[in-house]
Design a protein around this ligand. Structure first.
Ligand code: IVH
Length: 648
């Protein structure tokens, strides 16, 4: 590598990283990145004097500090006044209306993390300070350098502070907690704590391993020429920072309210936690006129989202037996309202979690609800104990069938395959969305069918008749017919759904798809060696699958005859016409949309909902509308259903 090659390689790595970490739109594979990265490391080892200081290799955390130095912000970091409803928002707008009557509002999400102030001088990141008390914080520069969405250099010579929130994506938070739980370490109560804790690590290697993300929301000292906040943020983003999702310029306070409702509705779709929306006056001049109170700017407010954390009390721990016999504790809490939903139950994962949380009956606890995820207990308020709390005992017998439990440490298992809970849950799983996707066959109905003695195993489902169902409470002819129709419609499903629905330990949706790709309907004859040879399959999975099929062969064959799952003969991932293609479906087709979707997905296609230049095919049915027009406009290939069939 020549010095020029080295400099170019650094630039290329920076570009790859920018697309990956800032734009969420990778332009290179991990492997390409790694190969080039290693070449750069080799060059830098051989020529330590030539190391470019914003080379991606300089992000690797390798410093361990004894403590953090205090450091002052160049200009104060403010907090925000909160408003909680439309009325309070209007009152705020009315208060500032005296400064000017036609002001635009710049709104963006309020990120729930830890605030961080970055100082750039001569285009280089020179310091990163936590918020602290707003005047003085802690110098965490070496940690900030490990955050990939913080540029080490920017194309701006002036002195500037860039403020933002360091967050952890929800997925990453779950990954970290899972890892910690496995190691027996205390889990983080929420993503905010995890972000703050990760930013304040003395060992920056730990920070580096947490995949923190920086979301800029403002500037401190600066010499920017732009007179609008929105324009300033646009400029900052153009230097290589992430853009705030759903940021918007609103002309009226009504528009702000509408956007708030839109953002709240999308809250769960965001990669990171949001605790509200921040409303700011766009004009910097107007901001300066309005000024600050002792704590907060008058020109901005935080319009909070309803809390998703609440304090309640643990009343009981109930035991639940899953389809594999795993016994999990469920917390029953005093009913409490979170975002308009009454919460009475929370997951506890397993019995070790009870120990880790040091949870007792009668304890005050903080529960967290996010989206449609089951609420969980994130913290026990030990200081609120009054002596009435009692220990939670580890069960020794199955709460449903009474047989002795197998205690595997983290996992407690009912070993009795005839246990009612196992049977019922296996049927519920069979019917669920990622499996056979049978509408109208949820928990309650399955329990009812089981109790009535009509369905004991999944094999019984397909012998049900409307006459049977009409004898059950709550079943009128329409409901009965719908269920029979849904069962009928599940016949001929994609082969992977069938495999997934069998509920084989260690075999989920992805492995089921891989098995189908490799063997099609002949999965039943696959040998241990053949299964093991599939990329991603380990010994445990292969063993579990082959053993399950061996033990249940007769039943599987009978089910295959009844359900007749389908599989197209071509190898899914590599040779099919649709393999790796992005496809959009529009208009009315001869078969249900989901069916066509599964068929294409089984061929390795990716189904998208809107047409863009990246779309490979638009498959259209009757009365196709704007998506078809867009395809024609963009020159994207269009296919009728018959043409699609021919290609399949
Ligand atoms: S603006 C002068 N914008 O919320 C304006 N803050 O409660 C000061 N935060 O300390 C802050 N997202 O850590 C602003 N889009 C956003 C924000 C945001 C999160 C945090 C920030 C601040 C705290 C105030």
């Amino acid at each position: 590598m020549t010095p020029i090659d080295y400099q170019n390689a650094v630039k290329t790595l920076q570009k790859y990283a920018y697309h990956y970490y800032v734009l969420d739109d990778p332009i290179a594979t991990d492997e390409e990145y790694d190969v080039l990265y290693h070449k750069v490391v080799a060059y830098e080892n051989a020529h330590p004097n030539e190391i470019i200081d914003d080379s991606p290799t300089q992000r690797v955390g390798d410093t361990v500090l004894d403590g953090f130095e205090k450091a002052a912000h160049e200009s104060r970091m403010w907090s925000l006044e909160d408003v909680f409803d439309a009325q309070e928002l209007l009152a705020w707008a009315a208060r500032i209306a005296k400064y000017s009557d036609r002001l635009a509002y710049y709104v963006e999400p309020k990120f729930d993390g830890a605030s961080l102030n970055l100082l750039y001088e001569g285009g280089r990141l020179v310091r990163a300070i936590t918020r602290g008390d707003g005047v003085v914080g802690e110098d965490v520069t070496q940690n900030a350098r490990t955050i990939a969405s913080i540029p080490l250099s920017i194309p701006y010579d002036g002195r500037i502070e860039i403020r933002g929130e360091v967050v952890i994506f929800k997925k990453e938070f779950d990954r970290i907690n899972e890892e910690r739980a496995q190691k027996g370490e205390a889990t983080f109560a929420n993503a905010r704590n995890a972000a703050a804790g990760s930013l304040r690590q003395l060992d920056s290697r730990i920070t580096a391993s947490r995949n923190l993300v920086f979301m800029p929301y403002g500037v401190g000292v600066n010499t920017l020429a732009q007179t609008l906040l929105s324009a300033r943020m646009g400029e900052v983003v153009s230097w290589g920072f992430r853009a705030a999702p759903m940021a918007k310029l609103c002309a009226t306070i009504q528009e702000v309210q509408t956007h708030y409702e839109a953002m709240l509705a999308k809250r769960d779709d965001f990669a990171m936690l949001l605790d509200g929306m921040v409303v700011k006056i766009d004009s910097i001049e107007a901001q300066e006129d309005m000024g600050y109170t002792v704590k907060v700017p008058r020109w901005a407010v935080a319009y909070k989202f309803p809390a998703i954390e609440k304090v309640t009390r643990l009343v009981e721990v109930r035991l639940q037996v899953g389809r594999t016999g795993a016994v999990t504790p469920v917390a029953i809490v005093e009913p409490t309202d979170i975002e308009g939903v009454t919460v009475e139950r929370a997951t506890l994962h397993n019995f070790d979690e009870i120990g880790r949380l040091d949870l007792r009956l009668g304890d005050s606890v903080i529960i967290l609800r996010s989206g449609d995820v089951i609420p969980k207990i994130v913290k026990v308020l030990h200081e609120r104990r009054d002596g009435t709390q009692t220990l939670i005992e580890r069960p020794t017998h199955c709460p449903v069938c009474g047989s002795l439990l197998l205690d595997e440490g983290i996992l407690l298992k009912c070993q009795n395959i005839a246990c009612e809970a196992r049977a019922v849950n296996a049927i519920i799983y069979f019917a669920s969305k990622p499996c056979m996707n049978i509408d109208g066959l949820g928990d309650k109905i399955v329990e009812q069918l089981y109790r009535a003695g009509m369905v004991h195993t999944i094999d019984d489902l397909y012998s049900l008749t409307t006459e049977h169902l009409l004898t059950l409470e709550g079943f009128k002819s329409k409901k009965a017919q719908n269920l029979i129709d849904a069962l009928e419609a599940s016949k001929g499903c994609a082969c992977w759904r069938f495999i997934n629905a069998l509920g084989i330990e260690h075999i989920g949706e992805v492995s089921s798809k891989l098995l189908c790709e490799r063997f099609g309907l002949a999965f039943i004859d696959a040998t241990h060696e053949e299964v093991l040879a599939i990329d991603g399959f380990g010994e445990e999975m292969a063993h579990s699958f082959v053993e399950f099929v061996r033990l249940n062969r007769g039943r599987i064959e009978a089910l295959l005859t009844t359900i007749a799952p389908t599989h197209s003969a071509k190898s899914v991932a590599t040779e099919g016409a649709f393999s790796g293609k992005t496809v959009v479906l529009t208009g009315t087709m001869s078969r249900p949309r989901d069916e066509i979707k599964s068929l294409l997905e089984a061929q390795g296609a990716k189904i998208a909902s809107s047409v863009s230049k990246k779309t490979d095919y638009v498959i259209y049915g009757d009365e196709a509308g704007s998506k078809y027009d867009k395809a024609v406009e963009l020159g994207v290939a269009t296919l009728t259903e018959e043409e699609m069939q021919a290609l399949l």
